[in-house]
Design a protein. Structure first.
Length: 499
């Protein structure tokens, strides 16, 4: 039998293998283990999406698949496999790999669903002596190796990176971007069954969720995911690039693809996404800066994060270079956006509560930045992102949060902490205008919690930051603040109360 995990749902996971272990006739097994939802307090919409996707795939595969609903994976294996040998593609988490590795009847094959084989990445790292792991270098290597946006041996358009063109603030006075809406799926009887089961499990006290589970907003089938990809490529990709770092209070999705959950469930192959984007540029239907920005996210950042998750190893989650240990407050864990006055944080936290998703800049510069400034435990922050986002998996969030968002690895993945005062949020969004706080105020009744939090963060970690050439200027700015003592007292008094 071949064992499929719940994030291995696309046709590329069933292509026959060269060793003959997986053929077109190999019997398949999928296990729905309720223990996954007991261990963590997941977002309700995420639990719904995962179960809906797994059950839809089971219906598609019919009699070829044995679908088992069990309390644990081991219970499901005992019931379905009955000692038979099993093959499985390399799982996507350390915990899942440990599980399958200790089962004597399971053979683990190479990972699928990514552009770069693990052994190729290791060879690339070894070629740099294990010291140079810059994402930009990796991205260019992937572009060359997969002939993505290349004209011969040169990058299309004569440059690798169009970030300069892709950092525009939102159009002045616009509440939303003038772009077609993203694809939205329609629920069916499988979704109705999933919602009924989740209701029952909650009623019985078996599991507990956070967030809201409205109509499903993300694809749960290959057909839905392909439709969503086509709609993005033909209607939304052209305007993606310029405003990919911008935020609008009334436009949560802007021109973003909303395809991350489909990629991470295995419904889409990253190759078809980036090749489709390149085809739009080659046909003259999308500008190069937008296409390059999307290709960078999928073939650059997503692949980089996946590889670093395995390269850094299991102990990476224990890194805490800044020695942040404060627990996450209840209002944050409960996604209690209504208790927050700061408009940017209230808006983004409500987006997570209602949808289980927000794009990368709110994640990094609103949510992650606030957690970093407050000194929250990076392991707890990682777990929160994993649980509360529909596209959150351990391999996704561990490098993104420990390495980038919380700088807990001390610079192994990024060269500086990603945090800022309210000025950045004010520049890149329309969130600050009606807010009760002012982005330029450090103290007083209207002191922006991000501005005050930024300076207390710089102050707290001064010895480390003044030695980093990318943050030394911020430390010099700290020396010019006559009111830093007042800022310290104010932020200490604020504590973990909702800002």
């Amino acid at each position: 039998m071949h064992w499929l995990f719940g994030d291995q749902l696309g046709p590329h996971f069933l292509r026959p293998s060269a060793d003959g272990e997986l053929t077109r006739d190999t019997p398949l097994l999928m296990i729905e283990a309720r223990s996954v939802f007991r261990r963590r307090r997941f977002h309700r919409a995420k639990a719904h999406l995962i179960l809906s996707a797994m059950r839809h795939r089971a219906a598609e595969l019919g009699d070829r698949l044995t679908y088992v609903r069990a309390n644990t994976y081991q219970e499901g294996l005992a019931r379905a496999a009955r000692g038979r040998s099993l093959n499985v593609h390399h799982p996507t988490s350390h915990a899942a790999l440990a599980l399958v590795s200790r089962l004597p009847q399971v053979t683990v094959g190479p990972a699928r669903g990514f552009l770069v084989p693990m052994q190729d990445f290791t060879a690339w790292v070894d070629g740099h002596g294990g010291k140079r792991l810059l994402q930009e270098d990796f991205y260019r290597w992937v572009r060359r190796g997969h002939d993505l946006l290349m004209d011969g041996d040169q990058p299309a358009g004569g440059q690798w990176n169009f970030d300069h063109d892709n950092r525009r603030p939102p159009p002045r006075g616009a509440g939303t971007l003038p772009v077609d809406r993203p694809y939205r799926p329609r629920e069916d009887e499988i979704d109705e069954e999933v919602r009924h089961d989740l209701d029952r499990w909650e009623r019985d006290g078996d599991v507990s969720f956070v967030g809201r589970d409205g109509p499903r907003q993300f694809p749960a089938t290959r057909k839905e995911a392909r439709t969503a990809l086509r709609r993005f490529l033909t209607h939304r990709l052209p305007t993606f690039g310029p405003f990919e770092d911008a935020m609008l209070a009334a436009d949560q999705v802007m021109s973003h693809s909303l395809l991350s959950s489909s990629l991470n469930l295995g419904l889409l192959d990253p190759a078809e996404c980036v090749e489709g984007a390149e085809a739009e540029w080659r046909a003259g239907r999308a500008p190069l800066n937008s296409v390059e920005g999307y290709v960078r996210q999928v073939s650059g950042w997503r692949e980089y994060v996946w590889q670093l998750y395995w390269y850094f190893g299991r102990d990476y989650r224990q890194h805490n270079a800044l020695r942040h240990t404060a627990p996450l407050p209840d209002w944050w864990n409960d996604l209690d956006a209504d208790s927050v006055d700061a408009r940017c944080l209230r808006t983004v936290l409500a987006q997570v509560r209602d949808m289980g998703w927000t794009h990368h800049i709110p994640r990094l510069m609103v949510l992650g930045s606030y957690a970093l400034q407050r000194g929250w435990d990076p392991a707890a922050v990682t777990d929160w992102f994993h649980r509360c986002f529909v596209d959150g998996y351990d391999w996704v969030m561990l490098p993104n949060v420990v390495g980038m968002s919380q700088y807990a690895d001390g610079g192994r993945m990024t060269t500086k902490p990603y945090t800022s005062g309210g000025a950045y949020i004010n520049k890149m969004s329309d969130l600050c205008g009606p807010c009760v706080y002012r982005p330029g105020d450090r103290t007083g009744a209207r002191a922006c919690p991000y501005t005050a939090g930024y300076w207390t963060f710089i102050d707290r970690h001064r010895p480390r930051l003044e030695r980093n050439h990318r943050t030394a200027q911020a430390v010099r700015g700290l020396d010019r603040l006559a009111d830093i003592d007042e800022v310290r007292r104010q932020e200490q008094a604020r504590g973990d109360a909702p800002p």
